[in-house]
Every structure is written in structure tokens, then in C-alpha cells.
Design a protein around this ligand. Structure first.
Ligand SMILES: [Fe+2]
Length: 218
């Protein structure tokens, strides 16, 4: 059976530069700080493309977590309740030649580094902060980690599931509005570099990227 294409490996492009790997490994990752009470809905705020604000009530299980970590270790000894959402640090790939070429062709992009703790599960979600797709580079060799995408079936208990097998340091374009999850089934800290593409579709980005050539992302 043919499932929709929700990721495409960009193997004609080079592995990511060591500069970005070092940046990711040394970044400070801040956990989302959302004040809310367990079992009670909290309001999540999204900034739309036209800069208007959408607010949505959500339920999540909360657990205490450090405010921020570096090298997997808390950096400021503060703890707050946080939802199980992406733990990220700002990136600067948008400033690079690749980032500039990409934005000239496909519009606004934002770069970030993502962090998955050892033995962590980033639950099923869609990326709904106004981007349809993203370019991801896995920066840690964790063959035990699993990235899955799922599609609904006639039965609400069942899904069609696709597994994305990342190649270390290699770019993959993903359709992040399709539900996905990440399980880091290892005792390693797992890092990913990502470029979120705000003004293009998955198909447009795929076509441009498949025709783009470079020797470096710097
Ligand atoms: Fe995501």
C-alpha cells in the first residue's frame, strides 16, 4: 500500500558541518515554561503567519523538570513544571550561505537545535507553529532512537505507521504537520539541527532542495 510521502532523504547534499554539531552539543536547552496545574487545561499561544495570535486550550501531563540543561545537566538549579514538548536552543543556520539561499528561494525560515534526553519519549504531535515542513539533521549516533509518522485508519485504535531512519549528519526534509513522535531508546543525549520552513509547502521545498547543490552549509 502507498502511504503519503512525509519525508525525503536529501542524500545528494553534504553531511552537516562540524561547526553546527559543536553548536548543538554546547547549546543551552531551555524547557518550555508554561504555568499550569496538572489535569487542568492550560492555554497555549501560537503566533500566526499574519502575526495574529491563536490561543488553544490543551491538556498535558506535567512533571518537574530543570529550566534549562547543557550537556544534559541542569544549568541554573531552578525547576518548574513543563509539558513534554520540544526542548530547543536557538540556531544560526539561517545566517549561513545555505540559509540565505534557502530563504531567497522559499521564504522565511528559522533554525534551532533540538534535544532528546536519554530514555525519553517525545509524544505524538503535529508541528503547528505555522510551518508545514522542516529540514532535520541528526547529530548523534543513536541507532536505538525511533522517529515515527502516523496516518489515521477507519479504526481509531489503529494507524498506518512509517519509520524515518535518519542517517547521521545527513539532511531529511520532513512534513511536520503529519503526526510524528520520537523515542530516544538509549542512554545517549540526542541532538538534531532543524530548519523550519514557514513560507513553503513540502512539495515546493522538496523540488528546490533536490535541485540545490553545495559543498557546505556554512
Ligand atoms: Fe515535531
Amino acid at each position: 500500500m502507498n502511504l503519503p510521502e512525509v519525508f525525503v532523504h536529501l542524500d545528494h547534499l553534504p553531511p552537516i558541518d562540524q561547526y553546527f554539531v559543536d553548536q548543538a552539543y554546547n547549546a543551552i536547552y531551555r524547557f518550555p515554561s508554561i504555568d499550569h496545574v496538572e489535569e487542568k487545561p492550560y492555554v497555549r499561544t501560537f503566533v500566526n503567519k499574519d502575526k495574529s495570535i491563536t490561543k488553544r486550550a490543551e491538556f498535558e501531563k506535567v512533571f518537574p523538570t530543570p529550566s534549562a540543561v547543557q550537556h544534559g545537566v541542569p544549568v541554573d538549579h531552578q525547576r518548574h513544571d513543563a509539558i513534554s514538548a520540544t526542548v530547543r536552543a536557538p540556531g544560526d543556520m539561517t545566517e549561513s550561505r545555505f540559509g540565505q539561499d534557502l530563504q531567497n528561494a522559499l521564504g522565511e525560515a528559522k533554525s534551532a537545535y533540538l534535544y532528546n534526553q536519554p530514555w525519553s519519549y517525545y509524544d505524538w504531535h503535529r508541528d503547528l507553529s505555522r510551518h508545514e515542513c522542516a529540514i532535520n539533521f541528526v547529530l548523534t549516533d543513536v541507532p536505538e532512537s525511533r522517529t515515527l509518522f502516523r496516518h489515521p485508519t477507519d479504526c481509531r485504535l489503529n494507524y498506518f505507521v512509517q519509520m524515518l531512519e535518519y542517517k547521521l549528519y545527513r539532511p531529511v526534509l520532513i512534513k511536520s504537520t503529519t503526526e510524528h513522535c520520537v523515542a530516544n531508546l538509549s542512554d545517549k543525549h540526542r541532538y538534531v539541527a532543524t530548519m523550519l520552513l514557514y513560507e513553503t509547502t513540502f512539495e515546493q521545498a522538496k523540488e528546490w532542495l533536490q535541485n540545490y547543490k553545495c559543498n557546505s552549509y556554512l
